[in-house]
Design a protein around this ligand. Structure first.
Ligand code: FNR
Length: 376
C-alpha cells in the first residue's frame, strides 16, 4: 500500500513485516526471555492519562527544543539500533535522510551496517548525530573508532551503552540463524573478522562478541574523556540510584557526562527490567535534582505522539524510537522513515494543541495523571 495511506506506527510495522526477511523481522522484533519488559514499555503509557486544559489559544504548537545545546526541530530522536541494512539497502544513511526535514537527532549504533563516514556523507551541516559505543575488550579498537568520530563534525555526542554488557536471551533471534555479509559489515565498525563468535546464538550474540563487560564509573569515564572531547550520554540507566551516580560522576569528571538515557534496551537485555517511565518516576521522587544537572532522555515502546508528550511531561528532555525507525525503513526505505516521523510529529502537535500547549517547555506534570502507575 502507498505510504500515505498508512496512518499509524502499527500499520507501518505490519507492512514492514511483509517486506523484510524472516531473519530481519526476528532480529528486530526479538527481546529478552518472555518479552515482559518490551510489553511494559508500550503498555505503561496507556496507564498515564492526560489532563487537557481548555479555552486556550492553540492555533499553533511548536515541537522545537534544545538538546545538549543544539537547536532541534523536535525532542523525538532515533535510538541507536544495529544493522539497518537488514531491513533495506538505504540503511542508516536512509534513516538520516528520512528524518532530515524534521530536525531530529540520530544516534548511530556501534554495530551500524554502514560506516559513520557513509552515514553523514549527505547530511546537512546542521544535522545532529551521536555515536553509540560498545566498548570493546580490545580497547584500541574503540579508541580508533573514537578518533574517526572526533573528525566528523556532525557527530555531537558519544552514547555509552551500559545496559547490555552481554546480550539478553533472545529466543526469536536465536531460532532464526543467519550467516550474512551484513553482520560482518556491522561488526566491522568495531572488530575484525578474526573476532567473530564461532557459529550460532543469533545475530545478537554475534554482534556482542568482543564487547567489554568490565566497565566502571572510575575507570571508563576518565579513559573515554582521554579519547574524545564530545559530551558523553550514558544509555541504559534503570534505577534512581544510578541516575544519582551519573549526576555525581558528571561533577567528579567535569566535561564528561551531560545526559543519561533511561532505557531497558527495548526489552532486549534483562527481561522484567523496568520501563523507562518507572525510572523517570523514581527520579522525580528520590533525586529530582538530577534533572537540574544532566539531561534525562528516555526510550522504549513509543508508538504514539501522546507517549512522547507524556514522557516530556514527566521531565524527559528527549524521547527515542528504536524499532519504529527500523520498521519505517523496512516498509519503504528512507521514505518509510519520513512517513513514520511525519505521523509521530503530527500526533505530537495534535496532542499539544488538544492539551492547550504551544511550546515543549510548557509541558509538565500538571498535564498528566500518573495515579494508575503509582498505585503501590
Ligand atoms: C537496539 N538497541 C540498541 N541499543 C544500543 O545502544 N546499541 C545497539 O546497537 C542497539 N541495537 C538494537 C537493535 C535493534 C534491532 C533494536 C530493536 C534495538 C536498543 C535501542 O537503542 C533502544 O533502546 C530500543 O530500541 C528502544 O525501544 P523501542 O523503541 O524499540 O521500543
Amino acid at each position: 500500500p502507498p505510504l500515505h495511506t498508512l496512518l499509524n506506527l502499527d500499520e507501518i510495522e505490519a507492512v514492514a513485516k511483509t517486506q523484510v526477511s524472516k531473519k530481519c523481522w526476528a532480529y528486530y522484533f526479538s527481546a529478552g526471555d518472555d518479552l515482559i519488559s518490551k510489553y511494559y514499555n508500550g503498555s505503561v503509557f496507556k496507564s498515564i492519562l492526560l489532563r487537557p486544559r481548555v479555552f486556550v489559544d492553540c492555533t499553533s504548537a511548536s515541537t522545537a527544543t534544545t538538546l545538549l545545546g543544539h537547536k532541534l526541530g523536535t525532542p523525538l530522536y532515533v535510538s541507536p539500533a544495529a544493522m539497518a541494512r537488514l531491513a533495506h539497502p538505504d540503511g542508516e544513511a536512509g534513516i538520516a535522510r528520512g528524518i532530515s526535514r524534521f530536525g531530529a537527532m540520530q544516534l548511530v549504533s556501534n554495530n551500524a551496517s554502514q560506516t559513520p563516514e557513509q552515514i553523514v556523507a549527505n547530511a546537512s551541516p546542521d544535522a545532529v548525530f551521536g555515536w553509540q559505543l560498545y566498548v570493546q575488550t580490545t580497547r584500541s579498537k574503540s579508541e580508533a573508532m573514537l578518533a574517526r568520530i572526533n573528525k566528523l563534525p556532525n557527530f555531537k555526542s558519544i552514547i555509552l551503552t551500559l545496559d547490555a554488557p552481554v546480550p539478553g536471551k533472545r529466543e526469536h533471534d536465536e531460532k532464526s540463524n543467519l550467516d550474512s555479509q551484513i553482520i560482518v559489515d556491522s561488526a566491522s565498525n568495531a572488530k575484525d573478522d578474526a573476532e567473530k563468535k564461532p557459529g550460532g546464538g543469533g545475530v545478537g550474540q554475534q554482534l556482542f562478541w568482543g564487547t567489554a563487560a568490565d566497565l566502571t564509573w572510575d575507570t571508563t569515564l576518565p579513559w573515554l574523556a582521554k579519547h574524545t572531547k564530545l559530551p558523553i550520554v550514558l544509555k541504559g540507566v534503570q534505577t534512581h540510584e544510578d541516575a544519582y551516580l551519573a549526576a555525581k560522576y558528571a561533577r567528579k569528571y567535569p566535561g564528561t557526562v551531560k545526559a543519561i538515557i533511561l532505557s531497558n534496551h527495548g526489552g532486549r537485555a534483562l527481561d522484567t527490567a523496568p520501563p523507562a517511565v518507572h525510572t523517570l518516576l523514581e527520579i522525580r521522587k528520590y533525586c529530582p535534582e538530577v534533572f537540574d544537572s544532566i539531561e534525562v532522555w528516555i526510550d522504549g515502546g513509543i508508538r504514539r505522539g501522546t507517549d512522547v508528550v507524556k514522557a516530556l511531561c514527566l521531565g524527559a528532555k528527549a524521547v527515542g524510537v528504536g524499532r519504529a525507525a527500523l520498521w519505517g525503513l523496512g516498509a519503504g526505505g528512507w521514505k518509510g522513515v519520513d512517513r513514520t516521523f511525519e505521523i509521530l510529529q503530527g500526533e505530537i502537535e495534535t496532542c499539544m494543541k488538544l492539551l492547550g500547549v504551544k511550546e515543549v517547555s510548557e509541558l509538565g506534570p500538571r498535564f498528566i495523571n500518573t495515579r494508575m502507575v503509582e498505585r503501590d
